[in-house]
Design a protein around this ligand. Structure first.
Ligand code: UD1
Ligand code: CA
Length: 463
């Protein structure tokens, strides 16, 4: 679906202002790289821009902002450097030479990340008719925002910045979100007429509204239905508020799609979740990256799941950390398990407390219930990894693989020094350190024999 009903052939160029220093963040990183719901602020704005079938995206970045460019290496972005931050109008001016006269220009802010593409279609429709369209809002508290000043006939005449406004103007509730759209040819003319004789000594983008009105071009305000979408990030407190908005939105989306949340205020989604029916997420679950959850999956409190696929009826008990794993159906993991990348666990696998699995496969119904490390290993079906079993995969220089065939049992506190193969149905005695192939269907013991010294006497303390 084309999101806008622009004149046929009219190109849409988006200019994203991302050059501001973000002083109030008190960070060594540019503001637009601060993460919100697991992605940089600018990534949210880019997603909105891309959802609008744009022909060009120009990002105005600032002094010391090479890190911003580096964070978005993808092709198809036009980077415009603004060496000095002389105001929002000056910022758009830097992009002006890149803008095709025939295009419609949409200006977005890199630190206003919640604005959604459907909220901009009305604005773009207006701009496509040759008018200047300004996205406005009616916030509960207008302090700090530019105010929309109307003339006697009720037409938009100009925008006055809060710092430049009179007491009477400050009582206006209709505010500028900062977002506007206009034909590029006209916008360029207005930009070149901007002056900086104002309270902040800046070239204000908002002054193009007065210039347009005076030149007889219609200025059309388009009211944003939900002012939350216009919330900006200037400091860490606002960042946390927006994070809470994202958390609420994600929780609502999950619940509407049939997921039960123990507490919608205590689930964090930092990525994309696909799920089946009757999934249950307990408190303080964090889902990151791309997470796929089958039907009836239950995730216990405090679990972190990143880029995993979890099959039907599997349950994660409290405080597990899983990353980059594929888990079958009916598995039971945790509490306190760590599953690391490129691990695949079969159906009905049990992984218990203080067990770490890395780059390993475990076949159906295999169990590693207590205090173990299984790394770089292929473990068959119905294997019992005894308590305290350690796969010694690393010789200090290289990693080696371990193969454990179906129905093998490793004794408690055994060490399997890789590379090594354990045959089908083999049993390794408790406390063994095995360094050679362990034959199938036999008991292998690799530990010192137990002896008792009859003549031994316990030393006594000298007087
Ligand atoms: C701006 C608007 C104000 C509106 C408000 C909404 C102007 C003059 N004022 O004010 O009417 O109500 O947004 O939040 O436009 N930036 C640059 N280069 C610069 C200056 C700013 O890239 O030289 C970027 C900033 O990084 C930021 C955006 O432009 O992303 C807005 O700048 P900011 O200084 O925060 O404008 P406000 O004073 O909030
Ligand atoms: Ca701002």
């Amino acid at each position: 679906m084309n999101m806008r009903a622009a004149a046929p052939g009219a190109a849409l160029s988006v200019v994203i202002l991302a050059a501001g220093e973000g002083k109030r963040m008190k960070s060594r990183w540019p503001k637009v790289l601060q993460p919100l719901a697991g992605r940089p602020l600018l990534a949210h704005v880019l997603e909105t821009a891309r959802a609008l079938s744009t022909t060009a995206i120009h990002i105005v970045y600032g002094h010391g902002g090479e890190a911003v460019r580096a964070a978005f290496p993808e092709a198809g972005l036009s980077w415009v450097h603004q060496a000095q931050q002389l105001g929002t109008g000056h910022a758009v001016q830097q992009a002006a030479p890149e803008l095709e006269d025939a295009a419609t220009v949409l200006v977005l802010y890199g630190d206003v990340p919640l604005l959604r593409a459907p909220s901009l279609t009305g604005l773009l429709d207006v701009a496509a008719t040759g008018a200047l369209a300004v996205l406005t809002m009616q916030p509960a508290d207008p302090t700090g925002y530019g105010r929309i000043v109307r003339d006697a006939a009720g037409q938009v005449a100009r925008i006055v910045e809060h710092k430049d406004a009179t007491a009477k103007e400050r009582r206006i509730g209709e505010c500028n979100t900062g977002v506007l759209a206009a034909p590029a040819r006209l916008l360029k003319q207005w930009l070149s007429a901007l002056r900086n004789d104002n309270a902040q000594g800046e070239y204000y983008l908002t002054d193009v509204i007065g210039l347009a009105a005076r030149s007889g071009v219609t200025v059309t305000p388009v009211m944003l239905a939900d002012p939350i979408e216009a919330l900006g990030v200037n400091d860490r407190e606002q960042l946390a508020e927006l994070e809470a908005v994202c958390r609420r939105n994600a929780a609502r989306t999950l619940m509407r799609a049939g997921v039960t949340l123990a507490d919608p205020a205590r689930v964090d989604v930092r990525g994309v979740v696909e799920h089946g029916q009757d999934v249950f997420l307990d408190v303080n679950v964090v889902l990151e990256g791309h997470v796929m959850l089958g039907n009836n999956v239950k995730i216990g409190p405090g679990c972190v799941v990143r880029n995993c696929r979890i099959g039907d009826d599997t349950e994660l008990f409290a405080h597990c950390v899983l990353e980059g794993a594929t888990i079958g159906c009916g598995a039971r993991i945790g509490p306190f398990s760590r599953i690391r990348p490129t691990t695949a666990l079969g159906d009905g696998v049990h992984i218990g407390n203080f067990v770490e699995v890395k780059n390993a496969t475990l076949g159906a119904e295999s169990k590693a219930n207590h205090l173990s490390y299984v790394g770089d290993a292929e473990v068959g079906a119905e294997v019992n990894v005894g308590a305290g079993t350690i796969v010694a995969n690393y010789d200090g220089a290289n990693k080696h693989r371990t193969r454990i065939a179906d129905r093998a049992h490793t004794g408690s506190n055994s060490v399997l020094v890789a590379p090594i193969t354990v045959g089908e149905g083999a049993t390794i005695a408790a406390g063994s350190t095995v360094t050679r192939e362990v034959p199938a269907h036999k008991l292998t013991i690799a530990r010192a024999r137990q002896t008792t010294i009859d003549s031994w006497q316990r030393p006594v303390k000298k007087k």
